[in-house]
Design a binder for this molecule. Structure first.
Ligand SMILES: NC(=O)c1ccc[n+]([C@@H]2O[C@H](COP(=O)([O-])OP(=O)(O)OC[C@H]3O[C@@H](n4cnc5c(N)ncnc54)[C@H](O)[C@@H]3O)[C@@H](O)[C@H]2O)c1
Length: 309
């Protein structure tokens, strides 16, 4: 079904449709979009793939865990024939990311949505972070997004439409102790996304960044995977529940993200806990710093400092 829809569309009509301009050609209310989701085999990426396929979009579920990606795609195809395929992808490999996104463009004729979502969790105090912790965080969480942008943006520029959605974190918006390498990469992804958004808008391309609070996914149980474990790393789930009260469900975040895309929101934040924390960091940064320092002391039982940040 998708291929015939794409074949009918002229580039001009598609560009107009993406800019919300009415054209003579009647499009279905929810036109199928072509989407790629990295880290699509689990957690937030999986929930995004499910929501996209349910909406009628055609989604490539890309993940370093090839078997899990194929399983997710197979499950989606069983429910929505023709709307999903799996792909093995390590986002640390720039050529592989470029190859995958180009192959989707070649096969489907266009790429509407690219979710640079794959990520890993690194946690611990600053002094527990080794160079390996830093490098792994940067390689996956930052370079992975850079590779996705380098692959998708030129294609979208040529098309004159498209939407890049990068997954950062609430940790990319507020002071976040006990995971400074992770926090640094997520702040970088927010900065990259907002800067790119400012340029891309002139070309009809949209960019959003997703900044979730704690979401109930396997990420919280896999901190520092393949790296030396830290005192805090093994307790990320308990810490998340203590801080946020209740973990957000990935399917609720996926709903927020799809709504944010429809509205072309620059920064998509959820749940309410995260929106409040973001608001405090913007409007009373000193309170956000005091609160982060207090959280750190409580989590690590360290003594009161002589002065607060
Ligand atoms: N879960 C949370 O509380 C939370 C909060 C804020 C932001 N995030 C961000 O959301 C994104 C998704 O995380 P999640 O919670 O769904 O985690 P998850 O562990 O459930 O899923 C992450 C997926 O990414 C894949 N992946 C890891 N490294 C990869 C690589 N090099 N190349 C390709 N795929 C790779 C994993 O195999 C996994 O399927 C991440 O960027 C994460 O930092 C998560």
């Amino acid at each position: 079904m998708f291929d015939s829809v794409a074949a009918q569309g002229t580039a001009r009509a598609l560009r107009a449709e993406h800019r919300g301009i009415r054209t003579e050609r009647k499009e279905p209310a929810t036109m199928p979009r072509v989407a790629v989701v990295t880290g699509g085999a689990s957690g937030i990426g999986h929930a995004l793939a499910v929501a996209l396929a349910a909406r009628g979009d055609v989604v490539t579920v890309a993940d370093i865990d090839e078997q899990a990606a194929e399983t997710v795609a197979k499950d989606l195809r069983a429910r929505h024939p023709g709307r999903a395929e799996g792909a093995a992808l390590d986002v640390q490999d720039a050529a592989a990311v470029a190859g995958l996104i180009q192959s989707v463009k070649d096969k489907r004729g266009r790429v509407d949505l690219v979710f640079n979502n794959a990520g890993i969790s690194i946690g611990g105090t600053a002094e527990e972070h080794t160079l390996d912790h830093w490098n792994r965080a940067i390689d996956v969480n930052l370079r992975g997004v850079v590779h996705g942008v380098l692959a998708a943006y030129p294609i979208m520029l040529e098309q004159g439409f498209g939407h890049i959605i990068n997954t950062a974190s609430l940790a990319g918006l507020v002071p976040s102790p006990l995971k400074i390498a992770y926090t640094a990469t997520k702040h970088a992804v927010v900065g990259l996304s907002l800067g790119l958004r400012s340029e891309a808008a002139s070309h009809g391309v949209q960019v959003s960044v997703v900044c979730p609070g704690y979401v109930d996914t396997p990420l919280l149980d896999n901190v520092n995977r393949g790296l030396p474990q830290t005192a805090d790393g093994a307790h990320a789930r308990e810490r998340a529940i203590k801080l946020q009260g209740k973990l957000y469900l990935p399917e609720h975040l996926a709903r927020d993200v799809l709504r944010g895309i429809d509205r072309n929101q620059a920064v998509i934040v959820g749940p309410t806990y995260a929106r409040v924390a973001w608001w405090i960091a913007r409007f009373t940064p000193s309170l956000a710093l005091r609160s982060a320092a207090k959280n750190f002391r409580e989590m690590r039982s360290v003594p009161e400092p002589r002065h607060v940040a």
